[in-house]
Design a protein around this ligand. Structure first.
Ligand code: NAD
Length: 417
């Protein structure tokens, strides 16, 4: 079961420590990477629909800016903490380096329950948050995007608030925007498509095709639902899915198109005709070829890892596996495609969106998808080449690949004192 008490920043630091030792990272650089460059905490008074004011807490963290402006989503969730945002900002540093796009790592979050906010409250909260963090964001400083609890509409408010303050159109300030505001074709499904591409590569490493493979997916939001659709279209059999309200299964394969329609209409996967309800905790230990955690952190822990029977885990979510669970999965020969590689499709197409905004020249969907396949397969191959070279697991391999790229850039720049 979820272990909220496991500190995700400490989990990030644990992997960083192992990777740094194996790579032989300079001590000074290790110290730099262990702490974010900048953390901002803001208090956000918002007028609620009932006429009362409520004050929310928001964060924006920039972990490392050596390779480019910070890049990272904004999360709306009751469990947001400064350490969670710091962890996700650091993962963005490593993720952007793994896929080799010219960004650093950033992340933001507001402690709130997005499902209990009216649309007007959510808009006012978003605008106040952006006004408060105005000084540290911008197309060349820090470029937010969506994450859990935020969507293209939220990004449109981010764009508008920023543009009203700077008094000009700067649509490269945020990615994941609606198409009509300079969003990119293919962005909405990009993280799910990245999961598909890396799952296919991972199966190939095991000498098996993706077509016919069985898949269980935890979380049915942007990442989980798009991964389900794309993997189904690629011939895989989606046998179980879940969300916060419950889990469903059909061992012969769920009717994914009916599931997407049902989810759109009801807001949940539960209650789908032709599927049986199941215990959501059991989904993580089903005997499937591929398990895709696409919900939140700390879902595969030392408690349930020994029971995991998937051959491959493709981490759609950020930080779904604790370091202790990682060690158990390695021992059980489960191939884990780590988050900083598996879910990097989103930031890759965010990069494409930022490039298109700055060029003022928009690409066809086919071009976006082809370029995404190119970036993701390169990143996959580079990660596994590093993993093999250092005789380690793919997570540490991905960290070493990223560390190497960020450390090289830092050495060129030197320390400004
Ligand atoms: P989302 O808000 O669209 O969906 C989250 C889904 O997970 C919902 O279906 C929710 O009900 C479910 N969920 C949440 N907690 C759960 C739990 N404990 N058990 C079961 N289901 C649970 O969020 P998203 O954008 O799909 O993001 C999901 C994960 O992927 C997050 O870790 C996020 O950081 C990561 N991620 C997202 C993107 C992106 O482009 N959206 C990119 C990279 C990584």
């Amino acid at each position: 079961m979820p272990h909220r008490e496991i500190n995700p920043y400490e989990a990030m630091q644990a992997s960083l420590r192992v990777a740094s030792e194996l790579y032989g990272l300079d001590d000074a650089l290790f110290k730099v990477f262990m702490a974010p460059t900048r953390s901002m905490i803001v208090s956000l008074p918002v007028l609620m629909d009932n006429g009362q004011w409520e004050v929310f807490t928001g964060y924006r963290v920039q972990h490392n800016l050596t390779r480019g402006p910070a890049k990272g989503g904004i999360r709306y969730d009751m469990n947001v903490t400064l350490d969670e945002v710091k962890a996700m900002a650091a993962w963005m540093t490593w993720k952007t380096a793994v896929v080799d796009v010219p960004f650093g790592g950033g992340k933001g979050g507001i402690v709130c329950d997005p499902n209990r906010l009216s649309i007007g409250e959510k808009e006012r909260l978003t605008r106040r948050y952006i006004a408060e963090i105005m000084d540290i964001i911008g197309p060349d400083r820090d470029v937010p995007a969506q994450d859990m609890g935020t969507d293209a509409q939220t990004m449109a408010w981010v764009l508008d608030t920023y543009n009203m303050h700077v008094r000009r159109t700067e649509n490269a300030v945020v990615t994941g925007k609606p198409l009509g505001l300079g969003g990119s074709l293919g962005r909405n499904e990009a993280t799910g498509r990245g999961v598909l591409i890396t799952a296919r590569e991972a199966m190939q490493r095991l000498g098996k095709p993706l077509a016919g493979a069985t898949v269980a997916i935890q979380g049915f939001g942007n990442v989980g639902s798009q991964a389900a659709r794309l993997m189904h279209e690629a011939g895989a059999r989606i046998v179980a899915v879940c969300d916060l309200k419950g889990a469903i299964r059909n061992d012969r394969g769920l009717d994914v198109h009916a599931l997407l329609k049902h989810h759109l209409e009801t807001g949940t996967v539960t209650g789908l005709k032709g599927a049986e309800p199941m215990d959501p905790a059991e989904l993580l230990t089903l005997a499937v070829d591929i398990l895709v955690p696409a919900a939140t952190e700390n879902q595969i822990t030392d408690e349930n890892a020994p029971q995991v029977r998937a051959k491959v885990i493709v981490e759609g979510a950020n930080g779904p596996t604790t370091p202790e669970a990682d060690a158990i999965l390695l021992e059980h020969r489960v191939l884990v495609v780590p988050d900083i590689l598996a879910n990097a499709g989103g930031v890759t197409v965010s990069y494409f969106e930022w490039v298109q905004n700055r060029q003022g020249f928009y690409w066809r969907e086919r071009e976006v998808n082809e370029r995404l396949v190119d970036y993701m397969t390169h990143a996959f191959q580079a990660t596994f080449a590093t993993t093999d070279k250092y005789k380690t697991n793919p997570r540490i391999g991905a960290y070493i690949l990223a560390l190497d790229r960020v450390a090289q850039a830092m050495k060129y720049r030197g320390f400004y004192a």
